[in-house]
Design a protein. Structure first.
Length: 237
């Protein structure tokens, strides 16, 4: 077993959690698409890495991208797709779904302290608080660029559906948050051509991917709510 979820390594995917670092290492370099802090866009990478940061790490004078790049280089992970989070990376959640021979494996960290509602302008008096949702989802089949883009939209929609299902709100009117202001999704697939043309919800890859992200979001969200609403419970300390 390779991580806190008790799931075995699948398709060579290995989860590494060490102090402030969470890494998802692939058996072979994968084609990755994201808007990550470090190495965003369409890149080839053997790993996706999270760095857990604290208030003292990110003062007004600090460039977050430069900080992450330095830390990744120092760890020997400079070629990883890099993410930043204020969440406890040890609390990550993982879900794996196989449908019609296609597998999707999602690893996710979640905090909703920075929760927002899409389409709503934030109140001027609202204080920013740390907390974000970062996820990587590896699918077992190669995807052409249009399908990668579609897969990224499926992962984003599944994450949003999972957050909305929690019903969490800090709004006096009770409107639930739909995500945070700093969420990031990474899609990874085998780096071989030509790749599937489509990855929507009527395809096996879209169905497996959406279900894996939704499961991981729900699990991480319920854990976050338990810690937030019952902070003094021994199991949530």
């Amino acid at each position: 077993m390779d991580d806190a979820t008790g799931l075995p390594a699948a398709d060579g995917l290995r989860v590494e959690c060490d102090g402030d670092w969470l890494g998802v290492a692939f058996a072979a370099p994968r084609r990755c698409l994201s808007w990550a802090v470090h190495r965003p866009g369409l890149v080839q990478a053997g790993r996706v890495a999270w760095l857990q940061v604290r208030d003292a790490d990110l003062g007004p004078e600090v460039d977050p991208a430069a900080l992450l790049a330095r830390r990744l280089q120092a760890r020997g992970w400079g070629d990883a797709v890099g993410l930043l989070t204020a969440c406890d990376v040890a609390g990550h959640r993982r879900a794996r779904v196989t449908h019609a021979g296609v597998s999707a494996d999602c690893v996710l960290t979640l905090g909703l302290g920075n929760g927002v509602r899409v389409g709503e302008l934030p109140a001027a008096a609202r204080a920013w608080r740390p907390g974000t949702i970062n996820l990587v989802c590896q699918v077992s089949v190669p995807l052409a660029l249009p399908a990668l883009l579609e897969a990224l939209s499926i992962a984003t929609a599944a994450r949003t559906a999972g957050v909305l299902a929690l019903g969490w709100s800090d709004d006096p009117a009770g409107a639930p948050v739909s995500g945070t202001g700093t969420d990031c999704c990474v899609i990874a697939c085998p780096d071989t051509a030509p790749g599937a043309t489509y990855a929507g919800l009527h395809t096996a890859v879209g169905q497996a991917l959406g279900a894996a992200v939704l499961q991981a979001t729900r699990a991480a969200g319920h854990a976050w709510l338990a810690r937030t609403l019952c902070p003094l419970t021994p199991s949530n300390r």
